[in-house]
Design a protein around this ligand. Structure first.
Ligand SMILES: Cc1cc2nc3c(=O)[nH]c(=O)nc-3n(C[C@H](O)[C@H](O)[C@H](O)COP(=O)(O)OP(=O)(O)OC[C@H]3O[C@@H](n4cnc5c(N)ncnc54)[C@H](O)[C@@H]3O)c2cc1C
Length: 221
């Protein structure tokens, strides 16, 4: 598991599209023997096209398929094209890439996962890949319908932070929640989403006494 997997470029097929909202979908691809470590990402593109975009692996290590959670960004160059993919279409994958991974020797430690929007993708992969892991997930979205696949997480480990509407869940951003709920300094934290959120979370966790070595992030934009 700690072995580095070689970066390769492969051609593969779409086997399923799962639509989660008007803009977000899960693209399921034939995995063949594509290797990755939980938390890593791939570059996705079209045959004969130079442009590619990065997507964290959403599915688990043990799954015989590869899933990516993709948001169609309005006005974006590539994601609206990915949204048009259909079962049987061919795509190009390059990977695995990235170092947002959990070291094998740390798997018995206590984890805090913080994700906003599609930044949930690598955290979902961690939870699916490491079923015995001791984690708490702080999952931030604006609207409750943007909270994808909540049944993937043990209810007692999931904190839903919903900023745009009042529900039975925490009303506010992940940063509001973390300001009011201390995190033990020996926790390993994995934070994924936009850069502003990640910077704010780092500041708050630093104030809680977490050393920089315990903080890991994947910046999407
Ligand atoms: C390591 C890494 C992993 C990533 N993993 C994922 C993932 O799992 N799922 C996913 O949906 N995206 C992910 N992204 C973002 C993705 O690579 C693209 O940037 C995104 O799909 C937009 O591509 P585009 O060509 O449509 O837009 P572009 O034409 O490239 O850019 C348009 C604008 O969209 C902004 N943008 C990018 N992503 C978002 C977003 N989610 N919400 C709002 N604005 C955004 C960019 O800042 C840019 O200003 C990841 C990015 C990185 C660097």
């Amino acid at each position: 598991m700690s072995k580095k997997n070689l970066v390769e470029t492969v051609t593969t097929q779409v086997t399923m599209i799962r639509v989660l909202s008007p803009t977000v979908f899960v693209l399921r691809l034939e995995r063949n023997d594509f290797k990755f470590l939980p938390g890593q990402y791939v570059k996705l593109g079209f045959p004969g096209d130079f442009d590619m975009r990065e997507y964290s692996v959403y599915s688990g290590l043990q799954d015989d398929f590869l899933e990516l959670l993709i948001k169609e960004v309005k006005g974006g160059d590539m994601s609206p094209r990915f949204r048009k993919l259909r079962k049987g279409d061919t795509v190009i994958l390059k990977g695995p890439l990235g170092s947002f991974i959990v070291r094998e020797k740390d798997l018995n430690k206590r984890f805090l996962f913080v994700g906003s929007g599609t930044g949930i993708a690598p955290l979902h992969c961690f939870v699916k890949s490491y079923p015995g892991i001791d984690y708490r997930l702080i999952y931030g979205v604006r609207w409750s319908e943007e909270l994808y696949d909540p049944e993937s997480y043990q209810p007692s480990r999931l904190v839903r932070c919903i900023s745009g509407e009042k529900t039975e869940h925490y009303h506010g951003r992940v940063t509001d929640y973390l300001l009011r709920n201390r995190v033990a300094p020996d926790t390993l934290c994995y934070v994924c989403g936009n850069s502003d959120m990640i910077c704010d979370v780092y500041d708050i966790l630093g104030d809680h006494g977490l050393p920089p070595d315990n903080l890991h992030s994947e910046v999407y934009f």
